[in-house]
Design a protein around this ligand. Structure first.
Ligand SMILES: NC(=O)c1ccc[n+]([C@@H]2O[C@H](COP(=O)([O-])OP(=O)(O)OC[C@H]3O[C@@H](n4cnc5c(N)ncnc54)[C@H](O)[C@@H]3O)[C@@H](O)[C@H]2O)c1
Ligand SMILES: O=c1ccn([C@@H]2O[C@H](COP(=O)(O)OP(=O)(O)O[C@H]3O[C@H](CO)[C@@H](O)[C@H](O)[C@H]3O)[C@@H](O)[C@H]2O)c(=O)[nH]1
Length: 481
């Protein structure tokens, strides 16, 4: 069999970009991306795509209608396909057994049942979503229990490692492509088919093949290791603030060790995104279920440290603002969980803002890409507040950062958008209440320059010396701590 038709179930942050790049790099393959959401598909077929990713629009425009199609016709797409990617969401369960920790696999199971119900002929089913170890076994079980005569399935694991904001770049130049398959002749044949697709643009030496279970676990392990690095440097940032060391200098010194490496050592207000927290909790849950409490506790600490970091930052803001933010206006710069995306899932901004709202601060929020409705939704959701009406009264969303800072007591930077670096902070200072504060939760601004022009500046993992602040405040620093 040579794969001529691909179907992808799930047109989200993974399914959309992944299949757009496959369509672009494999003009000989017809790629059909389907989703149960009519709105999402409408957006994929419109001028304004449902997700913002640098470079994605150009790829979609080139392939859409040629060999890339978006539709709600799930059954038709399954029937036509030789290979089916399952790219649906696997969020943390919010109910029942494993609530708050286990991955919710109901969408995966629905896909497996739909495939079994409508498929004709031989199909390769590829688990692209992030799943617990041995999820492929459940998929295989559901498929084989419902298989009709003349139909056969091979299930592969092919986890996705793209990061949002750099998805197209990551897909075009992956560090590795991981394919896990059954150790059998049929399994090897299916792995070879998927390898052939990636080989259109990914060199063979970057394509790793393993057992299905190793592949599934490698995805969870990769995210756990990445998140652990962020929590490790954030733990060091607290030590820096207490001792006078500078976490940026420590990160450079530590990262120069080639065994450690310099990436993912940027101290911050905490990690966010739809994956790290969810996948860590899933790993913890799996370890607990396997009666490995020490392993569970080890990884649990990575997410606990993240929560500590977000709370610590919010508390520091209140403390610096003379222990009260009630009725004070704070301009919040950035709401997305990282730059170059409009995604707010698990954004540290949600947690820091909700903490400040609990203290009755007024928040003027600006983000270059996040929709106004999304910010309102995130801050008024039941998980975040018991008083959504009060929150509505306290938040204002701006499309111009210079408007957002008018009469504000402080600026709080929560996302590392490049444009925040080049603002005219002198101009901003002139319209703010004095003393004016800036809290840089992403360590992207020129702190010395801000202090020089008169901002009381606070950042992660560094305390500015009393002398520097005294110079900036003309001696009036008594009220600060
Ligand atoms: N977002 C990332 O950067 C990223 C990166 C790597 C891996 N992952 C993993 O990939 C998976 C998908 O993540 P995402 O961010 O793309 O999620 P998403 O929520 O953006 O998209 C999932 C889509 O699947 C659709 N869907 C759900 N059930 C369906 C069904 N039965 N039939 C048809 N459509 C259905 C939803 O409507 C939604 O549009 C998750 O397991 C995630 O952990 C995500
Ligand atoms: O040094 C760092 C690096 C990252 N972050 C934060 O960590 C979070 C996650 O960042 P990143 O990993 O770049 O983005 P994601 O899109 O969440 O990608 C992660 O999660 C995906 C979903 O599983 C995986 O595919 C990717 O490989 C993995 O990097 C963001 O809030 C970042 O601001 C830091 O605070 N400091």
């Amino acid at each position: 069999m040579v794969v001529k038709n691909i179907c992808c179930i799930g047109a989200g942050y993974v399914g959309g970009p992944t299949c757009s790049v496959i369509a672009w790099k494999c003009p000989d393959i017809r790629v059909h991306v389907v989703d149960k959401s009519e709105l999402r598909i409408k957006q994929w077929n419109s001028e304004k795509l449902p997700i913002y990713e640098p470079g994605l629009e150009d790829v979609v425009k080139e392939c859409r209608g040629r060999n890339l199609f978006f539709s709600n016709d799930i059954e038709m797409a399954i029937k036509e396909a030789d290979l089916i990617f399952i790219s649906v969401n696997t969020p943390t369960k919010t109910y029942g057994i494993g609530k708050g920790r286990a991955a919710d696999l109901k969408h995966i199971e629905m896909c497996a049942r739909k495939i079994a119900e409508v498929a004709e002929g031989n199909k390769i089913v590829v688990e692209k979503s992030t799943v617990p170890v041995r999820a492929a076994e459940s998929i295989t079980h559901i498929l084989s229990a419902n298989t009709r005569p003349g139909v056969s399935f091979q299930v592969l694991s092919n986890p996705e490692f793209l990061a949002e904001g750099t998805a197209v770049e990551n897909l075009l130049h992956p560090d590795r492509v991981l394919i896990g398959g059954e150790e059998s002749v049929e399994g090897d044949e299916a792995v070879a088919q998927l390898t052939w697709i990636y080989n259109h643009w990914v060199p063979t030496e970057k394509i790793i093949t393993t057992s299905t279970w190793s592949s599934e676990l490698s995805k969870l392990a990769s995210n756990a290791f990445l998140a652990q690095r962020v929590s490790s440097i954030n733990a060091i940032s607290a030590l820096c603030e207490a001792t006078g060391a500078d976490v940026s200098q420590v990160a450079v010194a530590v990262g120069k060790d080639s065994r450690i490496g310099s990436k993912f050592l940027q101290a911050s207000v905490g990690f966010g995104g739809s994956c790290f927290q969810k996948d860590l909790l899933n790993l913890v849950y799996i370890a607990e279920c396997l009666n490995l409490p020490e392993v569970a506790m080890y990884w649990q600490q990575v997410t606990d440290m993240n929560e500590y970091q977000r709370t610590r930052f919010a508390k520091r803001i209140v403390e610096c603002l003379f222990n009260t933010v009630t009725d004070k206006t704070l301009a919040v710069f950035g709401f997305a969980f990282k730059k170059n995306t409009g995604d707010t899932r698990e954004s540290p901004a949600i947690y820091v803002c909700s903490h400040l709202l609990e203290e009755s601060a007024r928040l003027n929020i600006y983000d270059p890409k996040v929709e106004c409705k999304q910010i309102e939704h995130d801050l008024t959701s039941a998980a975040v507040t018991s008083d959504p009406e009060r929150v509505q009264q306290l938040i204002n969303i701006y499309s111009d950062p210079y408007e957002a800072v008018k009469d504000a007591h402080a600026i709080v930077v929560l996302t590392e958008w490049d444009e925040f670096i080049s603002y005219d902070y002198r101009k901003m200072l002139s319209v703010m209440k004095k003393p004016a504060f800036i809290f840089d939760g992403r360590k992207i601004l020129d702190h010395e320059a801000l202090i020089k022009i008169g901002f009381h500046t606070e950042t992660i993992g560094k305390r500015f010396s009393r002398n520097t602040l005294l110079r900036a405040s003309g001696g009036d620093i008594k009220m600060m701590h």
